[in-house]
Design a protein around this ligand. Sequence first.
Ligand SMILES: Cc1cc2nc3c(=O)[nH]c(=O)nc-3n(C[C@H](O)[C@H](O)[C@H](O)COP(=O)(O)O)c2cc1C
Length: 212
Amino acid sequence: MDIVPACHPFQEPMPDTPSSSPLHLPTELAAFSDLATRRRTSLLMDRERPVPGELVTRLCRLATWAPNHKKTWPWRFAVLTGDSRARLGELTCEQLIDEGVTDETKLVKALGKYMRSPTVVMVAAAAHDNPDLHRENRDAVAAAVQTFLLGATAAGLASFWASGAPLRSSAVRELCGFDATDRIVALVYLGWPNGEVELPKRPEPVIHFIVD
Ligand SMILES: Cc1cc2nc3c(=O)[nH]c(=O)nc-3n(C[C@H](O)[C@H](O)[C@H](O)COP(=O)(O)O)c2cc1C
């Protein structure tokens, strides 16, 4: 596979970077690049086709291979299927009302929102007494979420990392079986794809190569 350097010999090109001189990437990196660039935030999924629990468990296990300073193992997962997704919608609606939202269209939308995928995975970060580790626990969980998404992509699943009102709801935390001090980092919609979303453009990263 010929890959073209964008601004440094070992930097991979952005997908739409014009080519000049080819760079031969190791096969494993080329395969990983393909996976990482293929992962898309997509809700184009079959609502009726279940995702096997064993597969979700496997993805959660994979996620725990994310880096974790001081090995605090901060990730917490909750897997919502069936009617629990409707309950998630109700609690999200209540959270929005508590926050002063009165727009009926918005509230009705929140009610049915989580039925759009057969599985919703909530990922939370445990608290820590040390303020630095408390912050880093969230960083580690964000890394775990990305590992989860990449695993999902490799498994042929569509996924969507969402945030918003459910992440701020103590009732949602309780529904998920999380501790009161856990912070919800991500709500991941998960399902089998039934369409493809457009590739969003990525601007060139700002990179400073400091040599002296
Ligand atoms: C912390 C975080 C929160 C996000 N929350 C939302 C969200 O609430 N709604 C949404 O449409 N996308 C959300 N996204 C997904 C981004 O919109 C998406 O990653 C971006 O549009 C780029 O598309 P891609 O993931 O397909 O490359 C979130 C992503 C992250 C990392």
